[in-house]
Design a binder for this molecule. Structure first.
Ligand SMILES: Cc1cc2nc3c(=O)[nH]c(=O)nc-3n(C[C@H](O)[C@H](O)[C@H](O)COP(=O)(O)O)c2cc1C
Length: 197
């Protein structure tokens, strides 16, 4: 792959919110996640980890639990989550994974200073690698919300899935094949790049 291709991937990647349920090859997913593990990380400590969930039963349990909790969220208390909460309240089939057959959950120690930044870098690398492999991906933050809310049932499920006692979720990315064209990027806002020469 040339550096021009790398630029193309970074600029053309978009969040995909309608994924096919078709399984994704294990080797492909491993390579995508490996790209995440090579992201920059605070103090070079490599504390962030990925739980790649492909088990249909666990994915279903997570979908049901998230739909239930988001449905019950109060709009008044969670204004920044309004769009998602309204979707859950209006749609009996609300699925925070957008139908994807794999979910990469970024976990890291709750008390590590760089956990959020480490997980964000990791998930961005992972999304670019997914795009390179022709997969759709979208950051989905509901597991993070519920971990912040200390939802015991969710945390219990995640412990069963391999999350350690000292860790929490900082984000997750749903992955899968998709059909149809990728959305266009929104125009970039003015004033976000300042050159001092
Ligand atoms: C921290 C963070 C949280 C996000 N949470 C969600 C989410 O819960 N659901 C969702 O559909 N997209 C979510 N996104 C994706 C953004 O909406 C998306 O990246 C943004 O609209 C820009 O679009 P693009 O990724 O296609 O460039 C999140 C992105 C980030 C970085």
């Amino acid at each position: 792959m040339s550096s021009a291709d790398a630029m193309e991937i970074m600029m053309s990647r978009r969040s995909i919110r309608s994924l096919l349920p078709d399984p994704v090859e294990r080797e492909k997913l491993e390579e995508i996640c490996r790209a995440g593990l090579y992201a920059c990380n605070g103090c070079g400590e490599q504390k962030a980890r990925i739980l790649l969930i492909m088990t249909p039963q666990l994915l279903d349990d997570l979908r049901k639990l998230v739909a239930d909790r988001v449905y019950k969220m109060s709009l008044a208390r969670h204004q920044s989550r309004e769009r998602t909460i309204l979707k859950a309240k209006n749609n009996i089939k609300f699925d925070f994974t957008y139908g994807g057959p794999a979910l990469a959950v970024a976990v890291a120690p709750e008390d590590w200073l760089h956990s959020m930044a480490d997980c964000a870098c990791m998930l961005q690398n992972l999304q670019n690698a997914a795009w390179y492999h022709g997969l759709g991906a979208c950051w989905v933050n509901q597991l993070r919300w519920l971990c912040e809310d200390k939802d015991e049932e969710l945390i219990g499920l995640l412990h069963q899935a391999g999350m350690r006692e000292d860790e929490t979720v900082f984000g997750s990315v749903t992955l899968g094949y998709f059909s149809g064209p990728a959305p266009q990027a929104a125009p970039r806002r003015e004033g976000r790049l300042v050159f001092l020469e």
